[in-house]
Write a new protein. Structure first.
Lengths: 101, 323
């Protein structure tokens, strides 16, 4: 059973990598980074799972922490994204004003 | 027979997970990609449950799919409504530089080799902390994940709260500097179903959140899941105008944002009174201390997530007089 999930984790990471490289929109890149982190979490839990039984509590707690950190990073990145856009808009306006002179 | 069904279920789940992830990467439109990504979060929650980790399943369903989704949808709206948004997006250079075929080839190679390596490395003994597991079994708290989070590796959890607070402060500074308008303009009149929906959702969400907090010490659940759920309620109130944006952080909100850190750090330091080390619980009275810390964490997490979603310096309850 774990074999299937291990293969999935590897492929999931590659899909995230594809999104990160192939897409230029910032929101899509953020999604891609989130997919990659999910793949890492998945593998971290997999290697801590004994063949029979539940995953070890320490990696579980680490992944729980990781999920919360991921959401705070996403929130901060989205604020950065809005900031970047506002900055670009302001620069575009200034360029236009320069062009008119 | 049940083994066959289980294997089929795993295969379907993994295939679905990969398909949804690929679609989230491929859909051009940001809104569609975000919605598909939320479905991905839900499937991840099912995967965690399947792997025998209900704590992670709860956290992923509430945080990964719910809160992250709300934040991302918010950003989709912001991308369209912020001043000069269209102009700005036209200026961002469209091409990442690499030819698409090369990227696909690199990713296929990386995926194949990673999947093969990960499947092979499963045989290698992973980071199983047997001492931690044995210690957790003997611990007065019944949920091993909570034991690790609040006792064995409490420092990680403390720092996690710091990261959450830092994310809010960072976002606040950025939004302040760019002088962006608040995202959710006040709604002149509620659509007819909003008030009944909130009247139903509020008690259910508060009760579920308190249950998750209470159960966290002996069963799946805990401060993070409960706090995120309460934060979801805050998001709902923020969206429907019950909480309105405010240009500075009111004092009560500041208090709630840091109360988790203060209580946690207080207990960590107070440990010097009864033991030679900080971060050690007293022999008796562990349970009330853990509950106090978890409740403070719950409040802080809920407030931080709502504030992050709000995208403003602060928020305050809506009073009918102003609108």
């Amino acid at each position: 059973m774990n074999l299937v999930y291990a293969l999935t984790a590897g492929l999931l990471f590659a899909i995230g990598l594809y999104g990160l490289l192939a897409r230029s929109e910032l929101i899509h890149r953020l999604l891609a980074a989130n997919v990659m982190s999910s793949a890492v979490f998945l593998y971290l839990i997999l290697i801590a799972t004994a063949p029979a039984g539940d995953p070890d509590p320490v990696p579980q707690a680490m992944v729980l922490t990781g999920i919360v950190i991921a959401v705070s990073l996403t929130a901060f990145a989205l604020a950065l994204l809005r900031y970047f856009q506002a900055l670009n808009a302001r620069r575009a306006l200034e360029d236009e004003a320069d062009g008119d002179d | 027979m049940s083994a066959v069904i289980g294997a089929a279920y795993d295969l379907l789940l993994c295939a679905g997970l990969l398909w949804v992830a690929l679609q989230a990467m491929r859909i051009r439109e940001a809104f569609g990609a975000v919605v598909v990504f939320m479905v991905f979060g839900l499937l991840m929650a099912v995967v965690w449950a399947r792997l025998g980790s209900p704590d992670l399943a709860l956290a992923e369903a509430i945080i990964g799919a719910g809160v992250t989704g709300a934040l991302l949808l918010n950003a989709c709206q912001a991308v369209q409504t912020d001043p000069g948004a269209r102009r700005a997006s036209a200026r961002v250079e469209p091409s990442p530089g690499l030819p698409h075929g090369l990227i696909v080839a690199v990713c296929i190679a990386a995926g194949a080799s990673l999947a093969a390596l990960m499947a092979l490395a499963l045989e290698v003994p992973g980071p199983t902390a047997d001492a931690a597991r044995a210690g957790a079994d003997a611990h007065p708290l019944g949920n091993p994940v909570t034991v690790v989070l609040l006792d064995f590796r409490a420092y990680d959890t403390l720092m996690e709260m710091v990261v959450l607070l830092a994310a809010f402060l960072g976002a606040r500074v950025l939004i302040d500097q760019s002088e962006l308008a608040p995202l959710h303009p006040p709604v002149p009149a509620d659509p007819p179903m909003v008030a009944p929906l909130l009247a139903m959702a509020t008690p259910v969400l508060v009760l579920t959140s308190l249950y998750l907090f209470w159960a966290g010490s002996h069963a799946p659940g805990g401060a993070f899941q409960a706090g995120a759920l309460l934060g979801g309620l805050g998001v709902l109130y923020r969206l429907t105008g019950r909480l309105e944006p405010y240009d500075h952080t009111p004092i009560w909100l500041r208090t709630v944002l840091v109360v988790g850190l203060i209580v946690f750090s207080g207990v960590v330091l107070a440990a010097a009174l009864w033991s030679p080390w900080p971060m050690r619980y007293p022999e008796t009275g562990l349970y009330p201390l853990v509950l106090a810390i978890e409740f403070a964490l719950l409040l802080s997490i809920a407030a931080t997530l709502t504030a992050l979603f709000s995208g403003t310096a602060g928020f305050r309850p809506h009073t009918g007089a102003r609108s």
